[in-house]
Write a protein that binds this ligand. Structure first.
Ligand code: TMP
Ligand code: ASP
Length: 241
């Protein structure tokens, strides 16, 4: 696979063309950002840990019947993915109240949400990713009704699979964000699933093991990601190589 020109550089990943028009290379960088790019830092090993973590989870989601863009690991911090036409929406499922939900609705962090709740956000840093609903998506033509239904279905199916994966290793999946894209007429899961885009707590102590450690200045950010990865059995053998 020949790496081509850089198509796009986001806050934590860069995207490159390849010699195959249907494939891209994702490069996971050590850059970390929060609050829509307001707080940034470089965290050693994060790119490699997240690349390996994402590969592991994407494969587990495929096993659970959720179609993803993931093809294969290319290097310690790069993966080959299918080239999607991204839908500019973030799909968030919450099993436990935390983050913006608590601020917005004045509910206590840690409250169980039964059933889990679903929210759409518009992917737009300048506007601070505003929450939107299905009607906005329809009025502005960001996705078809069929795509909206498919994104909700796949995001909830992912919840069942992911909750079980983390629960088995003593962790609670508090919430997470997924992004989807179009590939030859199908909706596939794109972007990434890593502790940068979800909340994970230790089931016994409720210790935060995700990007809230960075947002809240708790320290030990990458160490927490590595702990989650190790518990799941993700191969991190060449992280320091
Ligand atoms: P929130 O509580 O800030 O709305 O975030 C909910 C979940 O979605 C949390 O796991 C973090 C994730 N998320 C992102 O990964 N990127 C984003 O831009 C936003 C708004 C949320
Ligand atoms: N992913 C967003 C950012 O980097 C929001 C966040 O994670 O707080 O700025």
């Amino acid at each position: 696979m020949q790496i081509g020109k850089e198509l796009y550089s986001g806050k934590a990943k860069s995207v490159f063309e390849t010699d195959d028009p249907d494939r891209l290379i994702l490069r996971f960088r050590d850059d970390t950002s929060a609050f829509d790019g307001e707080k940034v830092a470089q965290l050693a090993r994060k790119g490699t840990v997240n690349n390996k973590f994402n590969a592991f989870i994407m494969q587990r989601l495929e096993d659970a019947g959720i179609p993803t863009h993931f093809d294969e690991l290319l290097s310690k911090n790069e993966s080959v993915v299918k080239r999607l036409e991204m839908i500019p929406l973030e799909c968030v499922v919450r099993n436990i109240a935390a983050g913006s939900l608590c601020k917005r609705l004045g509910v206590q962090e840690g409250m169980d949400l039964d059933p889990p709740t679903f929210e759409f956000f518009l992917k737009n840093d300048e506007l601070h990713d505003p929450m939107i609903n299905d009607y906005h998506i329809r009025s502005f033509g960001w996705a078809t009704d069929e795509e909206v239904a498919q994104m909700k279905k796949l995001t909830f199916e992912a919840n069942d699979a992911l909750k079980a994966i983390f629960q088995a290793e003593g962790m609670l999946l508090v919430d997470y964000k997924l992004e989807f894209g179009r590939y030859h007429g199908r909706v596939l899961l794109g972007d990434e699933f890593t502790p940068d885009g979800c909340r994970l707590w230790d089931a016994d102590t409720r210790k935060k093991l995700d990007k809230d450690r960075f947002r809240q200045g708790l320290g030990g950010v990458v160490e927490a990601y590595e702990e989650v990865a190790r518990r799941l059995g993700v191969d991190l053998s060449d992280v320091n190589a």
